[in-house]
Design a protein. Structure first.
Length: 590
């Protein structure tokens, strides 16, 4: 069974609470979980089926044991809070945990107390974690044994609102025959809080009720068809919506198995994908992989260095016959990356989707290969309403509208539905400014992302489901940094980046707008060159004129980068995203 919480500490003194041992009968009598969509689903799964696997250690945990451990951890948390004269309903419970079974149990146990789970990134510096804890006014800070020192370091820094601090040992799965009943909540108050990346201001706490998390998971199950037969390889950090909802909650609701392999090491991932097709195989195939473009790029870069036997087996492991679904998200997917992966995998096409912390996944391409169109993120997912609003006037753009030049009109994506977040924590102004209410229905969330819609021949016929019909969405970039206004024209930075990345001389690219007296803004490319292009030879290093010649027939003149800055690497966050405002300041001092 899971170890009890070892101690409850504050900066001033340490207090140790001992958990009374319960008999098996009393445990059965008091073991309850909330009667919510997530726990209803967990109760229905085969208790002997695998829920979580640790790839490297091969430790495995069943659904029956998971429920038992969630119940026991929930009861421990509630006893600790009561001993400190408090309760957890509606409170923020922060936690530091590695990508593991411990994380899953902790997350679900917090949900079970009807509290608000606040996952923290162990890689964040102490000052950033301190800001999140102060801003959220967390009631409790949990840490696995691995991160106990990190937790104490935060407390030593001093917090305006001091939480309880619980140090936990690793969980070892308990018996799965525990009797658990589901109990209705009087007024649900729990959920999850994730913090935005803070590209324009300090990070904001995004409060996502459990009902919205359940709606997000249900929407993905309908669109992506998770099943109990799926084995998902989890390579992502767990303080982002992608890693938590797409790769933990949705598969758990479906009864799939989650195999953790973090941090990401491409050679280890290839060995795992190849394992079922090697003579010494003892592992089942991976059927579901969701990742970011940089992960797919690193996998393809390292593939030629693998032993020949591993290469052959790995190609089988990522073929459409084995890996039924491979998804790319969190950053724009370059067309060359998509094409190269399709070639390497013998026909597996990466599925693109659009989402963000505030809405989960909102738009997605379909499971049918014809519904995975280059440059498109597809259609609004089941249960999600989407529309485009004019960037200047706020007018709602009709679906087939074109501008004076006959081109599809661009607009800001606005969304609504049961999967949308509740509010920004302690920030009524930001919440108010992020929603519009103009049609008598529920308010629309303004994403800040710009897109256009167009019908694509051969796609959107409903083969992926009734939700995947009609015009598809094509993301043009963020309203603030990716739409460059040069002269009388608007340029999508993402479109220019896709063309740059199609050139063999360029391995990374970020397109930004810089101030220009003549044009208002000018288009500038920040790139990383391939080894051959970067090498100095008789003709010199590949440069701006070479770039312009290569793009002459691909981009209109007003879209052509006027400058090109070469870097050794473009800084990215854990999800592979580039903070363009920080990049412009660092590289150009603007």
């Amino acid at each position: 069974m899971p170890s009890s919480l070892l101690s409850l500490l504050s900066r001033s003194r340490a207090r140790v609470f001992h958990t009374p041992r319960m008999s098996a009968l009393s445990a059965r009598l008091v073991s309850t979980l909330p009667n919510t969509h997530i726990f209803q689903a967990l109760q229905k799964h085969d208790p002997e089926s695998l829920a979580v696997v640790h790839s490297l250690s091969a430790r495995s945990f069943t659904y029956g044991g998971l429920i038992a451990d969630v119940v026991r951890t929930k009861e421990e948390l509630e006893r600790k809070a009561a001993a400190a004269q408090g309760q957890l309903v509606g409170e923020r419970v922060a936690f530091l945990a590695e990508n593991s079974y411990d994380y899953v149990v902790t997350l679900l146990a917090i949900f079970a107390t009807d509290a608000i789970a606040l996952p923290l990134s162990p890689s964040f510096p102490t000052g950033e974690l301190k800001y999140i804890l102060d801003n959220s006014q967390a009631k409790m800070l949990l840490a696995t044994e691995k991160y106990a020192d990190k937790g104490m370091e935060i407390l030593r820094e001093g917090l305006e609102h001091e939480p309880m601090f619980n140090v936990r040992n690793k969980l070892t799965q308990g018996a799965s025959n525990q009797s658990v009943s589901l109990q209705d909540l009087k007024q649900p108050s729990g959920g999850m809080m994730l913090y935005t990346s803070g590209t324009t201001n300090r990070p904001k706490g995004v409060l996502i009720p459990q009902s919205a998390l359940a709606a997000q998971a249900s929407s993905l199950l309908e669109a992506w068809k998770y099943t109990p037969n799926d084995r998902l390889l989890h390579l992502l950090p767990l303080h982002h919506i992608h890693g938590v909802v797409n790769a933990i909650l949705a598969p758990l609701v479906a009864g799939s198995s989650i195999e953790f392999m973090f941090p990401f090491h491409p050679e280890q991932v290839w060995k795992r994908l190849a394992a079922p097709f090697l003579p010494s195989n003892t592992k089942p195939p991976i059927t579901f992989l969701t990742a970011v473009p940089t992960i797919y790029n690193r996998l393809m870069t390292t593939f030629p260095n693998l032993p020949e036997e591993t290469q052959k087996a790995a190609k089988k492991g990522i073929s459409p016959q084995t890996l039924r679904l491979n998804i790319s998200g969190s950053a724009a997917l370059p067309t060359p990356t998509k094409s190269a992966w399709k070639t390497l995998s013998n026909g597996n096409i990466l599925l693109e989707r659009f989402g963000m912390t505030e809405v989960g996944m909102a738009i997605s391409c379909g499971l049918d290969n014809a519904d995975r169109v280059d440059g498109s993120v597809g259609w609004p997912l089941p249960g999600v309403e989407a529309r485009l609003a004019d960037l200047e006037t706020g007018e709602i753009i009709p679906e087939n509208a074109v501008d004076a030049n006959g081109r599809e009109r661009e607009g800001e994506i606005q969304l609504r539905g049961p999967s949308i977040f509740s509010h920004y924590w302690g920030n009524e102004k930001a919440t108010r400014e992020s929603f519009v209410d103009d049609d008598g229905g529920a308010p629309w969330f303004c994403t800040g992302d710009v897109a256009l819609r167009k019908v694509v021949d051969g796609a959107g016929s409903g083969r992926s489901g009734d939700w995947a019909r009609g015009a598809m969405y094509f993301i043009q970039g963020r309203k603030s940094v990716d739409i460059i206004k040069t002269g009388a024209e608007k340029v999508s930075a993402l479109e220019v980046e896709r063309e740059l990345l199609s050139l063999p001389q360029i391995t990374e690219a970020a397109v930004v707008g810089l101030p220009s007296e003549r044009w208002g803004q000018k288009v500038v490319a920040v790139v990383v060159l391939s080894a051959d292009a970067a090498a100095s030879g008789r003709t010199g290093r590949w440069g701006p004129m070479d770039m312009r010649r290569a793009l002459k027939d691909r981009l209109a003149s007003f879209k052509m980068p006027q400058e090109m800055k070469v870097l050794e690497a473009i800084p990215r966050n854990a999800m592979g995203k580039v903070n363009k405002k920080a990049l412009v300041k660092e590289v150009f001092g603007v």
